[in-house]
Structure formats: structure tokens, C-alpha cells
Design a protein around this ligand. Structure first.
Ligand SMILES: [Zn+2]
Length: 317
């Protein structure tokens, strides 16, 4: 029995005490067990809390991922839209530039060949105004029907359209054009697109060196008393293209250009056509009553609508 018990006896000046070592170890073991149990308990609690936290983070992560995906989709949709806009802009740009080419508007402030247009840099606003459907029609009209001055430099208009006594032939006749007094060698420009119907030197009708241009819709222009001819019969010419240099050939009292416009073979006063431009586009319709403007414009409207169809189909793709 004694061997099962380990007893420690402590002796000092106050006497002796006996310590039961076995009971001492039992108590220590109890504390260790309690400590371990406490540790396990707290671990379980911590793990549970962490698991909760992890679940929360995972859930949050999923939400963020789906939000990120949404943003990606939105971004891609916006990119698509931007691409579409860029394409549309390019298309509009093409059209505007094409129109400016038609009207002869300078793209970068460089003056056009004829002086009826303002020699300024056209702002976007002006360019877009030209781009309107009415603008397209105007541009078309101004390209194909004679308008503006046939030359940039002249001294004065020395004779206008009308009946008078011919200064050389001395009999009453119709002066069928407008005379621009100008130095020999002044550049002469076509006043609309067309095809050269006649270009000959020493023509015997008094016109001297003469160019006739056949334009669309029944119009013709005559450029007489020329010096050098730069085009020949059958050449297609553009509005503003230089076709000749002025001279003093034929029956002429001095160096000048005699400029005529005819409609269906009949003489018409070129003056209002010379002054005609994009800004005062409508003026000519009331001032020149010998042209069936209404049906002419209706025909051009019709033509433009047919031309518009393919490009608008492209724009919708
Ligand atoms: Zn004349």
C-alpha cells in the first residue's frame, strides 16, 4: 500500500509538512485536460467563424464576378456602338467630302477655281448644311447647270445681253451674251460639267476661236474670241476646269471673252446665271422665267432619290 503512495515530507524551522505527490500530479493532469478542451472549443468556434467568413467572401466574389461580367458585356456593347458610330461617321464624312467635291467647296481653305464661293475655311456647320438632302440637290444643280463666272480676272463687263447696233457690222442685232473685257491669255473655266461639242480656231461666224460645251438638261455655253484652246471636241469637262485662254480672235473690238448660255438652242441672258451661287440659290427661279425650273427640279429630285437609295441601304447594315 505504501509503495502506491509517493509522499514528500518537507522539514524547516517551523516543523514538518507532508505533500502527497500523487494528488499533485492528478491536479496538474486535470488542468492540462481543461486547457486542451478549452483549446479545442475555441478552435471549433474559430473554424466556424472562419468558414462563415469564407462563405461570405466566396459569395461576395461571385457577386463581384457577375458584376465584372456585366461590365465586360456593357463595355463590349459600347465598343460595338462606337465601331458603328465610327463607321457611320466615316460614311457621313465620305458623303460630305463627295458633296464638297461636287459643289467645289475648298476642303482646307484653298480657294476654288471660280470666285463665286467665299474664300474662307468652311466650318463643320456649313459642311453639314450642304449635306442635307436639299443641299445634295443644290450641289447637283450647281454642278450640271451653268453658274458662276467663266473667269477669275477681267477688267469689266463691257457688254451685256440684249438688242443693239453692232459696233462693227452697224446693224441692229441681238448681243446674245455677256462680254468680259480681259487681257489676252486670261484663263477661262467651264461653268458646269459637260462635254465639248465644238472647239475650233478661226471659226467664220465672227466668234473667232470658239468652244461650245454641251451640258445636261438642255443647256449649252459658248466661249468666243479665245486665244489658246485647251480642250477638243468630245472631251468631258468639269465645272471650274480650265478650257482655254482668252483672246481677241474673230470679229472683236478688243481683247475680251464673249460668253453665251443657250437653253434648247434659244439665247438666254447669262447675267443671272453668272451671279447664281449656293447662297442665293433660289433667286434664279424667279428672275429667269424662260426655263421650266419646276419640272427640271422635280426631275433632279427624282434622280437624287434614286441615287440615295443604295447608300442608305449600306448605312443600315
Ligand atoms: Zn459679245
Amino acid at each position: 500500500m505504501f509503495s502506491n503512495r509517493l509522499v514528500l515530507m518537507i522539514t524547516d524551522s517551523k516543523g514538518s509538512r507532508i505533500l502527497n505527490i500523487n494528488a499533485f500530479f492528478k491536479r496538474i493532469a486535470f488542468y492540462i485536460v481543461v486547457f486542451i478542451l478549452t483549446l479545442i472549443f475555441f478552435s471549433i468556434i474559430s473554424i466556424s467563424v472562419f468558414r462563415h467568413e469564407l462563405e461570405y467572401i466566396a459569395k461576395n466574389n461571385n457577386t463581384l464576378l457577375s458584376e465584372y461580367q456585366k461590365l465586360l458585356d456593357k463595355n463590349s456593347a459600347l465598343n460595338d456602338k462606337i465601331d458603328q458610330r465610327v463607321e457611320e461617321l466615316a460614311l457621313v464624312g465620305d458623303r460630305v467630302e463627295h458633296l464638297e467635291d461636287l459643289v467645289g467647296l475648298p476642303l482646307d481653305g484653298v480657294p476654288s477655281d471660280t470666285d463665286e464661293y467665299e474664300k474662307v475655311n468652311y466650318g463643320l456647320q456649313d459642311r453639314l448644311e450642304v449635306a442635307s438632302l436639299a443641299g445634295v440637290q443644290k450641289a447637283f444643280v450647281m454642278k450640271f447647270i451653268p453658274n458662276g463666272y467663266p473667269m477669275d480676272y477681267y477688267r469689266r463687263i463691257s457688254d451685256t445681253f440684249g438688242y443693239r447696233i453692232h459696233p462693227i457690222l452697224q446693224r441692229k442685232h441681238l448681243h446674245a451674251g455677256v462680254d468680259f473685257s480681259a487681257e489676252i491669255g486670261t484663263p477661262i473655266y467651264a461653268t458646269a460639267d459637260g462635254v465639248v461639242e465644238f472647239a475650233r480656231k478661226d471659226y467664220n461666224g465672227g466668234y473667232g476661236n470658239l468652244i461650245k460645251i454641251d451640258h445636261s438638261f438642255g443647256f449649252k455655253t459658248y466661249y468666243a474670241h479665245l486665244n489658246d484652246l485647251l480642250v477638243k471636241r468630245g472631251d468631258f469637262v468639269k465645272k471650274g476646269q480650265i478650257i482655254a485662254y482668252s483672246g481677241n480672235s474673230g470679229i472683236s473690238t478688243g481683247p475680251h471673252l464673249h460668253y453665251e448660255i443657250r437653253f434648247l438652242g434659244a439665247y438666254i441672258d447669262p447675267q443671272i446665271f453668272i451671279e447664281w451661287n449656293m447662297r442665293d440659290f433660289d433667286l434664279i427661279f424667279t428672275k429667269e422665267i424662260n426655263i421650266p425650273w419646276q419640272s427640271l427640279l422635280a426631275t433632279i429630285n427624282n434622280l437624287m432619290e434614286q441615287m440615295e437609295l443604295p447608300s442608305s441601304q449600306v448605312a443600315q447594315k
